[in-house]
Write a protein that binds this ligand. Sequence first.
Ligand code: KIV
Ligand code: ZN
Length: 541
Amino acid sequence: MSEQGSTRDERDRVKVFDTTLRDGEQSPGIALNRQEKLEIAHQLARLGVDVIEAGFPITSPGDFEAVQAIAREVEGPVICGLARTAKQDIDAAWEAVRDSQRPRIHTFIATSDIHIERKLQTTREDVIGQVRAAVAHAREYTEDVEFSPEDGSRSDVAYMAEVISVALQEGATTINVPDTVGYALPGEYGAMFEELYRLVPALREVTVSVHCHDDLGLAVANSLAGIQAGCRQVECAVNGIGERAGNASLEEIVMLLRTREPALGLWTAVETTEIARTSRLVSRLTGYPVQPNKAIVGRNAFAHEAGIHQDGVLKERATYEIMDATTVGLRSNAIVLGKHSGRHALRAALQEMGFAVDGQALNTAFKRFKEIADRKKQVTAMDLEALVTDELRSEGIAAYALGEFEVSASSTRPPLARVEIHVGDGADGDGKAPPASADLGALRVGESSGDGPVDAIFKAINAATGVDAALREFRVGAVTEGQDALGEVSVVVEVQGQTGAGQAVSTDIIEAAARAYVRALSIGVMRAREGERGVGLPEPA
Ligand code: KIV
Ligand code: ZN
């Protein structure tokens, strides 16, 4: 909280409900494992969000376990699990969050006629009955129950008010009205809340929440309209990830309220200096790069290209900057290690950055640190952060891992690549469902030529794994500035109609590209297999 904290009114505080791990994880190609979800949840706690929506426990055993681990380990924020209105959904959500110091069950059902008639194929009356039963059942477990009328912004307000009244009678403590399909205009969304407050005066006694999708690029504007109409919880995701065009971006909402606090009179308890780091962590673990001109966290958000702007900023920063980059945690890169730094120095530096790395994890981190320190004069906090995140990503991917490789490139003949791929538990060697006991640890070799060295190594990886992955996106960036900077590569591939995203860092860009590709391919394969087996959201009983 900033220096204004002491004079702020608690009634003007907007609670930040982060759904990066639930709605955010529903983005195509994203598949976070338990360890990665935990790491993000710990960072969200450092960021100071009020609520972490950790997942949708009924959807898969993996999601259930991740939510449970977060509930057990992450202290501070409320830990929330999503559930449809079915009893088994609510039971699973409760089992997953019950060990949290502050558990919440979030249950939802659609209230728009198009969803009721076409998707749920039921009636308005039946929906009301389901809401009554679901909220009442959730309240048997916990006092903290959130209810969302899905597709709220396209619902008949009078009917939705009736549904919300039932949820309140049964004891819901937060009412979230989503713009599920990102269709609303700010004026309409704000007016909808005013009408709901008029029709359901009891809403003034609970927390009312906004949840906006970005299909028309209005998610943040709509969220603000709802907040200005009286809502005091905003649901959002780091880097704006989420279903389709994504959710309202957490960093944009938080910095909007912070920067325009004098005009809006609203505030959040978020520790804004943790924003940049949270954004980098989410981007690396999800494999979703942040667009360079993205507000607040894009590479260019604080860059000035025109000479006249540079001149102005040098004379007085506020001429062209409405926010100070240090407020969002940029430009703080104080830790510097070199090739003579030892294990203790590395451990201390990592600890200072909030990474508790010991035992085998410290050995691995030290080995990679040494490799990089040999090639790069100074290893900064940004490099260390990229390395540790990279290692974390490696731990969870069971399908394939990159072994040794050789690539030759020349202007006189096509490039050639040869790769070794370690085949892990559950890998899918022929692109179809794997046998129950996959050949754990087997080494496969693939060779290929290509249009360039990167194309050749990608094709060699396809040959080694036997997976016909198609490259959909390929981006190269640098972790820091300078010629010896660590390269960071993001790759999206498609495997049997399913996407997988991967990211990796190395001083060698071919190695980073190959590792990112192997990760993306592993996720694509896993998702394709889930698709074949019909794994996904079960039908409610
Ligand atoms: O967008 C939406 O309606 C949702 C609900 C589950 C809250 O994500
Ligand atoms: Zn949503």
